[in-house]
Design a protein around this ligand. Sequence first.
Ligand code: ZN
Length: 285
Amino acid sequence: MPRSRPAARRSATRSSDRAILLRRTPFGETSLVVHVLTPGHGRVELMAKGAHRPRSRFFGVLDWFDTLELAWVRRGEADLGTLREGELRHRRRGLTRSLRSYRAAQTVVELLDLVTRAGFSDRDQFTLAESALDALDRAQGPPSALLAGFELKLLDQLGLAPALASCATCGAPAAALDPTAPEPRAPFSTSVGGRLCPIHANEAHASGVRVGTLPVAVLDSASLALGATLNKLDELNWSKERSIRVLDFTGRFLDHHLETRPKSHARFLAAPDRNRRTATRPYTP
Ligand SMILES: [Zn+2]
């Protein structure tokens, strides 16, 4: 008959998974508390004891934007697990070569930090995180289109993707208000959920809901980006201005739903709305 072990030992579970760092906080003189996103365990919070000691096996491993392979132990229902093993599985060096790509990758990580909660496992979120970081790592040009594509796909995973091609309320085609204008615009309401047909735009407006307009070209580009895989976004060949304006749109839409904005995106979104009716100048970083 096996000997019974103490309750605390019996309830310790060992897990391992791939992981991407979401948050890293110093703890004491030499340790770190890290929050990571994993494919099989969702968001996990771990104590990495002694991670700052040069001879620690975790030293230099818990770095931004890499895919790691971690093993940890958690006792009972405790939120904080203890990191036991950690190694680098895939380093994305391209992200440290360009400040623009680095900032975009920071936004990816910050947004995932904002939308994930412990206790929920979502393999698709991890897959999206890896493909966004991979695509940014390989990107040669400015990362705006890629980041906009990531933001749209993240919104989609959260069930918050805006209606981009048809009316958010009835699904009917949502035509431009002024098809002959130099830049045709369509009714759009963030709180209703996207583009609107004239009937539902009027109905929303009459009931006191804020309804504005957005350039049809920006909405159509966002629609294409939502349907494309991230590493194919370069092939859409958007101009710099188009990329910036789609990113402005997705950033503000996320901002509204999350009620907060990633620090790395704050400067970009602090500028006046680049899709407002009078916008003529593109964003220049
Ligand atoms: Zn409608």
